[in-house]
Design a protein around this ligand. Structure first.
Ligand code: OGA
Ligand code: NI
Length: 338
């Protein structure tokens, strides 16, 4: 518990264990702002407009693996209230958070610091993290935080809305790839995880990371990044910043969707840098297959070469977490001829 960055960061210099080696630290914090990920207007996605939006989603997913969506249908107050409740959560006194603190993956609702590998990693990340499942809502809500008082109500509404939005985007992706309607429904999107991050102001942002470069293993991520910069996406050999846009969500393609699309869509590396002025709170909502789902490239997309073999999703996760900062290694293991 005393390990949480939020418990000790005030008036401290950066401890040695948070200093990343030169090749993986942010170095230059100023990244190009002239280049950024596409912004897609989901409002009014009907008729010809629907086709145009699908094309924009596919193009962004191929070139960047990332895009932002506006007019996405999630009410502004649902976004604002959930952001507020997560900020409140992380800013609660240590004793209110103590019972949730755990580095044990067996605890499905837990508060941790740095990363899921705290005990094994060489360098710690400047980040605290609260994570829990969101399916089946009636069951898992009982293990969610009880404080702040309105946490369960607000986050339940948020998770229902985020799931709807995610499934809607997956439906547009399926149509764009020429897959049947509902392809990503059912078991492929049965699992939902919420992961909220808190990056306190940092004494030396150039030396440490909020989150090291990684890809998300799931199908699709819907991220509410609030209004503080920090997320960067790797594109054409350089890191580009994802500008916070009011009321927008950042959406990215997970490894599983890259595999099902037989590499037509890309799961792209991203990372989070810290800043010295303002705490940053972000909320990731991950849509994933159930553990026993069989993942493989969709038959109609393989042509004469399936890039990946078939496997159970739980096998992917087992291999992913210990190697999360080496995406090529993770993906290699699931290639057809591996
Ligand atoms: C993640 C992630 C980005 C952010 O949780 O996988 O990439 O802005 N988060 O916190
Ligand atoms: Ni991520």
């Amino acid at each position: 518990m005393e390990k949480l960055v939020s418990s000790w960061y005030k008036n401290k210099t950066l401890p040695e264990s948070y200093i990343f080696p030169p090749e993986t630290r942010p170095g230059n914090l100023i990244v190009p702002t002239c280049k950024t990920i596409p912004v897609i207007d989901l409002g009014n996605a009907v008729g010809q407009n629907r086709t145009r939006i699908i094309q924009q989603i596919l193009k962004a997913s191929q070139e960047y693996g990332f895009f932002q969506v506006i007019n996405h249908g999630i009410p502004e107050d649902v976004m604002d209230q959930s952001m507020d409740v997560f900020k409140e959560f992380f800013e609660m006194p240590a004793e209110d958070k103590a019972m949730l603190y755990s580095q044990d993956p067996e605890n499905s609702c837990r508060l941790l610091t740095s990363s899921v590998n705290y005990g094994r990693e060489k360098f710690h990340h400047w980040r605290d993290n609260l994570r829990h499942p969101c399916h089946l809502l009636e069951d898992c809500i009982k293990i969610w935080p009880q404080k702040p008082i309105r946490y369960r109500e607000v986050v339940a509404t948020y998770s229902i809305e985020a799931k709807k939005l995610g499934l809607r985007i997956l439906e547009l992706v399926a149509e764009g790839l020429g897959l049947e309607s509902g392809h990503f429904g059912g078991k492929l999107s049965e699992s939902r995880l919420l992961s909220a991050n808190y990056y306190p102001p940092c004494p030396d942002p150039s030396l440490t990371m909020g989150m090291s470069k990684h890809c998300d293993p799931q199908l699709l991520t819907i991220l509410h990044q609030g209004d503080v910069n920090g997320l960067q996406v790797f594109n054409n050999g350089e890191w580009i910043g994802v500008e916070p846009l009011h009321n927008a969500f950042v959406v990215n393609i997970g490894n599983t969707l890259q595999i099902i699309s037989n590499n037509k869509l890309k799961s792209v590396e991203h990372r989070v840098v810290t800043n010295s002025n303002r705490a940053r709170t972000s909320v990731g909502f991950f849509i994933a297959p159930s553990d026993d789902s069989i993942i493989e490239p969709a038959k109609s997309l393989v042509g004469n070469a399936a890039v990946y073999r078939a496997f159970e999703f739980k096998e992917f996760l087992l291999h992913f977490f210990p190697n999360f900062d080496n995406n090529d290694l993770v993906m290699e293991r699931f290639k057809s001829q591996a």
